[in-house]
Design a protein around this ligand. Structure first.
Ligand SMILES: Cc1ncc(COP(=O)(O)O)c(C=O)c1O
Length: 390
């Protein structure tokens, strides 16, 4: 059967592919340390699980409003006021199947053919694919390691054309762990207003910040009407499999996204919505503190090996510079990542998956024991290689 041109153009997700490869090896009994995960390795807190059981026992197992149960949407509006100083009405919230579906529906609702959307690289794998699936054209602007991967607003300005509709930002960032400073949001807001653009702000790692503070660009003057905030429970409450996210944005956009959802999936799993409602009241900071300890452990290990990296301020990733290890043996981050897997039995994700060559992403959503094991193996791998200073 012929597959449509728009779907042909989509690259499979390299992060998922790598994760799959690692899992296959583990299943086959190979002792691989997995630093590929894009999800917390903790269980969903018991209270949240119990809320789901209670919902089922109470017969809350039917369709809901396609935007989500009103209690959850109201709870989300309270969260947005308390944590972000953002005042939304519950009709401006749409509960979605994870942040992923919120983003897809936003692009579907806003893009016409060949509209351009600016992405800051390195960036999470799915933005580009989703923009293409909706007829848009991603325009990539590189953030620089030298600037802690904080995007250069003048480079964003230069990338704007008549066709630019939107800019996607993600802080705390996957894959770099960077938390953007307030000054960046202020400058970007000016650019968005001057050029009549809207901003998609992916804040899914908001609760995982170890240094600095979270700031939503929607709270900058005149920005709420031209920003759509996407967030969810996957990372904050170790709920990746429950698939609950949400968008908060201008009413017209929220209505359009709800209309898409009507026909696409009716609503997010009802039981999961009740679990998310409980999650709003569950403090899961113990997970954050565990990540902080692991971050320290991995930073020390990588430094001992002599690998260079920008210390991540949030999320649970290190984006490690491996440029000096690339050359005739391993031409790019993909080849190096495959070698790390095959020779050192450590699973990482190549920077190319995030549209950024010369780097690898290490996730520390892994036990302290595994992190130490990975460091030991990487030490042998990298120190055993002929080092080629750049
Ligand atoms: C930056 C970013 N946005 C969105 C998502 C997807 O989150 P969800 O599980 O809520 O769909 C991820 C998952 O890895 C992510 O890293």
């Amino acid at each position: 059967m012929d597959i449509s041109r728009s779907v042909h153009a989509i690259r499979p997700s390299q992060t998922l592919q790598f994760n799959k490869k690692v899992l296959e090896l583990i299943k086959a009994g190979v002792d691989v340390v997995k630093l590929t995960a894009g999800e917390p390795d903790f269980n969903t807190p018991e209270e949240i699980v119990n809320a789901a059981i209670e919902a089922m026992n109470a017969g809350r197992t039917k369709y809901t409003d396609s935007s989500g149960i009103v209690e959850l949407r109201e709870g989300i509006t309270r969260k947005l006021i308390e944590d972000n100083g953002l005042k939304y009405d519950s009709q401006d919230i749409v509960v979605t199947n994870g942040v992923k579906q919120a983003l897809y529906s936003i692009f579907k609702a806003t893009l016409n053919d060949n509209d351009q959307v600016i992405l800051i690289t390195p960036c999470w794998v799915s933005y580009e694919a989703q923009i293409r699936m909706n007829g848009g054209e991603p325009v990539l602007v590189q953030a620089q390691d030298g600037n802690r991967f904080v995007p250069d607003v003048s480079a964003i300005r230069q990338a704007i054309t008549q066709k630019t509709r939107a800019i996607v930002i993600n802080s705390p960032n996957n894959p770099t762990g960077t938390v953007y400073p307030h000054s960046f949001f202020k400058e970007l807001a000016e650019v968005a207003i001057e050029n009549d653009l809207f901003v998609v702000s992916d804040e899914v790692y908001e609760r995982l910040i170890f240094e600095g503070h979270h700031h939503s660009i929607a709270s900058e003057p005149f920005m709420k009407d031209r920003t759509v905030v996407v967030n969810g429970f996957s990372k904050s409450h170790a709920m990746t499999g429950w698939r609950v996210g949400y968008m908060a944005g201008p009413t017209q956009l929220s209505k359009a996204v709800a209309r898409i959802q009507d026909h696409l999936c009716s609503n997010v799993n009802t039981i999961a919505q009740y679990a998310a409602l409980r999650a709003l009241t569950v403090n899961n900071d113990s997970m954050k503190y565990a990540f902080m300890r692991r971050r320290q452990l991995l930073a020390e290990g990588l430094s001992e090996i002599g690998l260079e990296f920008t210390m991540p301020e949030g999320a649970f990733y290190f984006f490690v510079d491996v440029r000096s290890f690339l050359g005739s043996e391993y031409k790019n981050s993909l080849e190096l990542s495959l070698a790390l897997l095959e020779k050192a039995r450590v699973g990482v994700v190549p920077g190319s998956a995030f549209n950024y060559e010369g780097y690898i992403r290490l996730s520390y959503a892994a036990s302290e024991e595994d992190i130490l094991k990975a460091v030991q193996r990487m030490r042998i791998f990298f120190m055993g290689m002929a080092y080629r200073p750049s």
